[in-house]
Design a protein around this ligand. Structure first.
Ligand SMILES: Nc1ncnc2c1ncn2[C@@H]1O[C@H](COP(=O)(O)OP(=O)(O)OP(=O)(O)O)[C@@H](O)[C@H]1O
Length: 603
């Protein structure tokens, strides 16, 4: 006899929300009870008002999640809107994400049999998705979830793409989506679009993440990650400490991290790699990494406290990225000057992926060798300074295109000095945390080296309460503690590793969601991009304080120390303009010569 299909209710009052168990760039996830079915579920709550410029992405995610049917892909039970929130009801994965488990219990990374098992299950999900025309586009440890039995599911279709979008099989994409550290070079480059092979690159990066406890280049700001991914040889498992890993693991990673996507294996082929022969059962995962963990909500709360400040200053704003590019040298200087001991430690912890570009094989494969590689990757950074002028224009164009910054967004734009930002975001004992937790160290490294692009001006609170005080609302059912935990927040603890979503759609009403800026948190959020509070006030009608439109008034900079922070950016742009000017002059001369010749010939 066939078991009747479970019907999940599509009304908020049929669910009771418990504690928060996760937070992404666009949503908060709760453990919850489905009352009629008496079943624990996870509910992802997205505030549609805040996500209004990425509705397509949300629709796509929900649609994809409802269609998929594979044991390794997290499928949504149902979804519905409740006022301005979208609720996505999913199976509760009590183990949480690999990232959370790793940060909690294995900060140095998992053992190889665990990695092989996690990756094999993830790869099965990719085989399925690719076969059905989907590119996941955000494969990373944070999106690999486990339940208490050790079952592994790939989650988060927030940025997934359907290769059948246009009706006929469209195999490549031209959007700029992903999370910088995990993003394939061709996705960054925007030259020929990309296809499902981009997931294979991210899969390789995820393998390194699981092996080391963090992704390659995770210490660096997004712009630097872009530069290093494009310019350096691919990262790999080649160092002293990687001796513990097998040859087959190293080969599998090297096969994924080839710059030329055509030379990467398909997910199907990769699944046959002998590395996955070491993979074990889900029971093994349950016994090895899940058993004994505190409840997910508790772990999430503890981890969140560690992350909370360092991450706050991160935002993926075009001006930030440009500025970061310009600050690369300064950043390096500061990182090598301040505390050599700590610095060495950090290098050892985070930078061991950077291979000198010169050591890259012509096809972009990772042929690096442990002994003679520049372990810290800092030598490469020296060359980055020089490369700024010749920085491949394509990624910059791509970035500029995607951020789509308009006048309304730049009202009273201003810059804020790093020191200021640090003072606001750091706790006094942050340096201890930095030593203790890598991610924190990463984030502090980032926050401490960069000026922040800030926007002041009108403060319009667009966010309402997550749950409304109407009779049928689930808020009525919450105890006080729960309620306190559940207020919708777009707080300062966003993970900077959240996806960069390219070509953010402009809010049709030209809204920008402006949030409370007390405690130095985000004051403005544009989809996945956020803007930090108050500093010096500048204004540009072009939407870029670095790039005023012809005829616009120059940006008046007050004699504040913060103003000096933008000088490197201005110099960088000036340098680029000079190069362009020379090119134009050359072209004019050529055209003039051409005209003269034509003229002579005609006469
Ligand atoms: N079904 C689930 N069961 C348990 N935890 C979950 C579940 N879904 C999500 N989470 C947790 O919530 C976190 C954030 O969820 P999710 O990644 O879906 O949000 P997002 O905004 O799309 O994130 P991202 O920053 O990747 O875009 C996950 O990293 C995971 O730890």
């Amino acid at each position: 006899m066939e078991v009747p299909e479970k019907k999940y209710p599509v009304d908020a009052k049929d669910y009771k929300l418990y504690e928060e168990i996760g937070e992404g760039v666009s949503a908060t996830v709760y453990r919850a009870l489905c009352i009629p079915l008496n079943e624990i579920v996870a509910i992802k709550v997205l505030d549609l008002e805040r996500c209004s410029n990425d509705l397509d992405g949300i629709r796509r995610e929900v649609h994809t999640m409802s269609l998929i049917d594979h044991p390794n892909v997290l499928q949504a039970h149902c979804s519905f809107t409740d006022r301005h929130n979208l609720w996505v009801v999913m199976p509760y994965m009590a183990g949480g994400s690999c990232l959370h488990i790793m940060k909690f219990s294995y900060p140095e990374g998992f053992e190889e049999p665990v990695i092989a098992t996690l990756l094999r299950e993830t790869l099965k999900a990719l085989v399925y998705l690719h076969a059905h025309g989907h590119i996941h586009r955000d494969v990373k440890a944070g999106n690999i979830l486990l339940d208490t039995n050790g079952a592994v599911k790939l989650a988060d279709f927030g940025v997934s793409a359907c290769m059948f979008d246009t009706g006929d099989r469209q195999r490549s994409r031209n959007t700029f989506v992903g999370t910088p550290c995990w993003m394939a070079p061709e996705v960054m480059q925007q030259l020929h679009g990309y296809d499902f092979k981009a997931d294979i690159w991210s899969f390789g990066i995820t393998a390194l993440e699981l092996a080391h406890g963090h992704a390659p280049f995770s210490k660096y700001p997004p712009m630097k990650v872009l530069l290093m991914t494009l310019q350096n040889a691919p990262p790999g498992l080649d160092y002293e400490r990687d001796k513990r890993f097998s040859k087959s693991f190293k080969e599998m990673v090297a096969a994924c991290l080839v710059k030329d996507p055509k030379k990467r294996p398909t997910s199907e082929k990769l699944l046959k790699h002998h590395f996955f022969k070491h993979a074990k059962s889900s029971d093994y995962l349950a016994r090895t990494i899940i058993d004994g963990l505190p409840p997910l909500g508790e772990r999430f709360r503890m981890l969140k406290q560690e992350y909370i400040r360092g991450i706050s200053a991160w935002n993926f704003n075009l001006e930030d990225l440009k500025n970061q590019a310009a600050m690369i040298q300064d950043d390096d200087d500061s990182s090598t000057m301040k505390n050599p001991e700590l610095d060495m430690k950090q290098k050892d912890m985070h930078d061991d992926y950077a291979f000198p570009a010169g050591k890259q094989s012509p096809d972009g494969t990772n042929n690096s060798n442990t002994s003679d590689s520049h372990e810290d990757g800092f030598d490469d950074l020296d060359s980055l300074e020089g490369s700024l002028a010749s920085f491949p224009i394509k990624p910059l164009q791509a970035l500029k295109g995607c951020f789509d910054i308009g006048e309304d967004e730049i009202e009273n734009a201003s810059w804020k000095n790093v020191a200021q930002a640090d003072a606001e975001t750091r706790s006094p004992n942050k340096s201890e945390n930095k030593q203790a937790g890598r991610s924190d160290g990463d984030n502090l490294a980032r926050t401490s080296s960069l000026p922040q692009f800030v926007v002041t001006g009108q403060k319009k609170i667009l966010s309402g309460p997550l749950l409304h005080d109407n009779a049928g609302s689930s808020k009525k059912k919450l105890c006080d503690g729960d309620r306190e935990n559940m207020q919708p927040r777009y707080p300062s603890d966003r993970n900077y590793s959240g996806p960069i979503l390219h070509r953010q759609r402009r809010d049709p009403n030209n809204h920008t969601s402006v949030e409370d800026s007390s405690d130095g948190a985000v004051v403005q959020r544009k989809g996945r991009f956020q803007v930090m509070p108050v500093g010096i006030s500048t204004k540009s009608p072009t939407g870029s304080c670095l790039n005023p439109a012809p005829g616009s008034t120059a940006v008046p900079l007050s004699p504040n120390p913060a103003a000096s922070a933008i000088l490197p950016s201005l110099q960088c742009i000036l340098q680029q303009n000079n190069v362009q000017r020379d090119e134009i002059i050359k072209l004019i001369k050529l055209v003039e010569q051409g005209n003269a010749l034509t003229f002579c010939f005609v006469q």
